[in-house]
Design a protein around this ligand. Structure first.
Ligand SMILES: *Cc1c(COP(=O)(O)O)cnc(C)c1O
Length: 352
């Protein structure tokens, strides 16, 4: 079976632009966004800023860059930020905050990936020459390693309000913020209003090929642009890719609800198998993580067996497999993948 025929559940980043998105890219009006501005990038930045109710936005090549520019905006070398143990900024960005900005992460294990004031309140460093300075709180919504969990809005309000009283800046890694928006009655602007800066990705569930935006106050724009250039993110006729992101914002937000529905189909198959278990137990959005060890499988072997049967997933640990739905996955794909996952679970390799 060629890779193109597989039901690809590795990530929501595997999508490719459809005809209409490609047409928008081909027809994009462009300029040089380093010399001054690219009109399509400018339009994207205004659009996303308005959607999140924030003053300013800056388009960058990746979510790693928007997060790392945010850390650098809020922290100086020798500063520390607080974050949840499983978060992307800490685990999946090569410790860029240390490598590039001389800052330290203090990780905290949340309850089902959710941090509360109780977890955080004793972690502010005393103001003396022995200690780094605690400057920033980073949250992630939806939480990737947490299985796409949506942080409860009351929790976000409470924790960020506390951070403000401690003079901590507040950054949201909202790579999948629109999944949280569609899964709740909480608007993007309502989520964003609790933070100083917010990062969103266009290349995840929204289905654009490239790009993320960092949002924040106008007063930070000059520094944001300086740091983007420093990290190599100054792009010239980037309107070509910004056009795809704009198209995604206009067409692919509400349809995330289908991805969530399809993730539930997969989750139901996992639950009804009797030998696999969801971890976390609930599936809020488009990510499904499940344990295969109790069915007699190693996660890598399980994924290899599934791929042979036409379902492409990634091991998330030795015991865990992750499946992510996205705009190329139809209901029948999810149903079929669920059946195959169940069949594999029922037939573990003979134990030696
Ligand atoms: C994907 C992702 C990012 C950014 O990843 P890039 O591949 O650099 O765009 C950041 N945070 C989370 C939670 C993510 O899932």
């Amino acid at each position: 079976m060629s890779n193109r025929q597989l039901i690809d559940l590795r990530s929501d980043t595997v999508t490719s632009p459809d005809e209409a998105m490609r047409r928008a890219m081909a027809n994009a009006e462009v300029g040089d966004d380093v010399i001054d501005i690219d009109p399509t990038v400018d339009r994207l930045q205004r659009t996303i800023a308005e959607m999140l109710g924030m003053e300013a936005a800056m388009f960058m090549p990746s979510g790693t860059m928007t997060n790392q520019v945010a850390v650098r905006l809020h922290c100086r070398p020798g500063d520390e930020f607080l974050c949840e143990e499983g978060c992307h900024i800490y685990n999946y960005e090569q410790g860029a905050f240390a490598q590039l900005s001389g800052t330290i992460a203090r990780t905290v294990i949340g309850k089902r990936s959710v941090l509360s004031v109780e977890h955080l309140q004793d972690l502010i460093r005393p103001d003396n020459e022995h200690a780094v300075r605690t400057r920033l709180l980073c949250l992630e919504n939806t939480h990737n390693r947490g299985g796409g969990v949506v942080l409860p809005i009351e929790n976000v309000r409470e924790v960020t309000a506390w951070a403000r009283t401690q003079n901590l800046s507040r950054h949201l890694d909202g790579a999948r913020l629109f999944n949280a928006v569609v899964a709740t009655a909480v608007s993007a602007a309502e989520w964003a209003s609790n933070f100083d800066t917010v990062s969103v990705c266009f290349s995840k569930g929204l289905g654009a090929p490239v790009g993320s935006a960092l949002l924040g106050p106008k007063a930070m724009l000059t520094e944001m642009r300086r740091h983007r250039k420093l990290f190599g993110g100054g792009m010239r006729q980037s309107g070509i890719i910004a056009a795809a992101a704009l198209y995604a914002l206009q067409n692919n937000v509400q349809r995330l609800a289908f991805d969530h529905l399809h993730a539930k189909i997969l989750a139901d198959a996992v639950q009804s198998s009797g030998c696999l278990s969801l971890e976390p137990e609930t599936v809020d959005t488009n990510i499904v993580i499940f344990r295969v060890d109790q069915a007699g499988w190693d996660a890598g072997q399980f994924c290899a067996a599934a791929k042979e049967r036409g379902v492409w997933m990634l091991p998330f640990s030795r015991k865990h497999v992750r499946a992510v739905t996205h705009l190329h996955i139809r209901e029948e794909d999810a149903t079929k993948a669920g059946k195959i996952i169940d069949e594999i679970a029922q037939n573990p390799p003979l134990k030696s």
